[in-house]
Design a protein around this ligand. Sequence first.
Ligand code: NAD
Ligand code: 44H
Length: 499
Amino acid sequence: MTHLSAEALPALAERLPVPTYDRAGVRVGIVHLGVGGFHRAHQAMYVDRLLERGLARDWGICGVGVLPSDARMRDALRAQDGLYTLVLKHPDGTWEPRVVGSLVEYLLAPDDPAAVVERMAEEAVRIVSLTVTEGGYNIHAVTGGFDLSNPDVAADLEPGAVPRTTFGLVTAALALRRERGVPPFTVMSCDNVQGNGEVAHRAFTAFATALDAELGAWVEREVRFPNSMVDRITPQTTEEDRAELARRFGVEDAWPVVCEPFTQWVLEDGFGAGRPPLEEAGVQVVADVGPYELMKLRLLNASHQALCYFGHLAGHRLVHEVCQEPLFAEFLLGYMREEGEPTLAPVPGIDLAGYQEELIRRFSNAGVRDTVARLCAESSDRIPKWLLPVVRHQLATGGELRRSAAVVASWARYAEGVDEAGEPIEVVDRLRERLRAAALRQREEPLAFLADRELFGDLVDSPAFTGPYLRALGSLHARGARATLEELVAQLRREGVAR
Ligand SMILES: NC(=O)c1ccc[n+]([C@@H]2O[C@H](COP(=O)([O-])OP(=O)(O)OC[C@H]3O[C@@H](n4cnc5c(N)ncnc54)[C@H](O)[C@@H]3O)[C@@H](O)[C@H]2O)c1
Ligand SMILES: O=P(O)(O)OC[C@@H](O)[C@@H](O)[C@H](O)[C@H](O)CO
């Protein structure tokens, strides 16, 4: 058994691919906030590919943890010189591992916020990238504006405050660069947010303006925020993954990353201070990410929500088990073809029917062992951003929406916090209590959940939506998830045949 470290690389090289480049000679050019599983499976992997080909010596990554809970990642990475194993899990059970070396430094902001700000202020750093989750942009669900009333944000706006949020840290670094006459870095969001660059632009400009109007105007004018579409299913690493890595390859890694083989990154070429030649590593650099982004959010991410509540209520805990059931596969393909796809513009170079079939295959990969629970978490950040735009589009055009309405109803049923066998459901959501209170009222007052206008806007006033929603919710209560799905799928199949 070999503990992963820089020193151990020559020995490990006999068992799995490891970096062959000189890591000590790699300079930090990217600071990344939010080093979780996904960043390590995706962006850091692309940079590692470039480093391997000698194409990114100035683009090493300094990871930053913003939250105190990231201390675990700090400890894991520091103990192994920033190295970690990335394992691609194939459907046949094969594991394809590689030790990734592009994370050459890691800083935990709560340990020393000034050091993080200084790092980002260095001229050599030309990109600050983010994966801080959908909720991490602090956009108010109703106003669509940056939420200045968030207590952490408000604390960062106090005169002389030591920054502790993403906004405080990044803005302090931008202010230092401006003061020193150093051009700004590009802020590159890699979160699953529609128009992620534009959203980041709005959020950082609003924060900087609240701090100092002139700084805000400078950020607005000078800082670039390219949009991107990112895709690779990356479940949380489990203890079994760690043990299996040790068993199969003799590598002792405190926090490996496991993911599916598929990967995609579509990126707008909007970088103010240069970028690595990412296209050499397989990134699609395009003028407009919009169509790709909508395709991914409304087909992949919305389908994840379409399968997770029904899947959980039907007794499944793993995503592939749900999707290997023909009933669920038919439901998801129907949602994608008849409800998601009509809301999309043509996507250059993509055959949408093929993309949808591939999604079912990806979701069905038994090697990945993605959990239904991961997909159910923080639904109040996801459903409004991924599924409700589909509903609104279909309402506006008179299109099909029965499957989407059933998915929202399945969330409402799931949010009650008790499954069909009377067992508790561990709902993970920052709005958990509010959701649960509304969901529990819906047995007497069926529209109680949908009446939350902060989440659903005015959908509750739309009979074309409430009709199918209430039918699905009534059926979920009376007959359960599986029977509800069977009935809906059978009805839609009959209608399809009749058409
Ligand atoms: N996991 C995937 O399959 C996947 C795929 C595509 C995109 N993404 C994007 O990446 C994000 C992170 O996913 P992950 O799998 O790495 O999750 P993760 O839980 O492994 O890591 C999340 C990281 O974000 C940080 N974070 C959370 N909230 C924050 C906040 N408010 N401010 C600053 N940092 C914050 C956490 O501390 C952690 O470091 C997702 O929310 C999504 O937008 C994930
Ligand atoms: O990680 P989130 O919060 O964006 O959402 C959960 C999943 O739908 C998502 O992680 C997908 O696995 C991912 O978007 C695939 O690329």
